[in-house]
Design a protein around this ligand. Structure first.
Ligand SMILES: [Zn+2]
Length: 55
């Protein structure tokens, strides 16, 4: 299907970084059209989680 003309590809511009009360890192982004996103990076700092393959 062809997207409507009113739709456009959002350009996510980084607004800033933050930290939640849980200590997770957040990245706020926004588009010129007014759309916003908040990406949360969950930091798995559990000792002995079993994943030692950190490239
Ligand atoms: Zn947009």
């Amino acid at each position: 299907m062809v997207p409507a003309m009113s739709e456009h590809v959002h350009v996510r511009l980084r607004r800033g970084l933050g930290v939640t009360e849980d200590g997770a890192l957040t990245e706020e982004s926004y588009c010129r059209c007014g759309a916003t996103w908040t990406k949360v990076f969950v930091l798995d700092d559990g000792p002995g989680a079993g994943t030692a393959d950190a490239g």
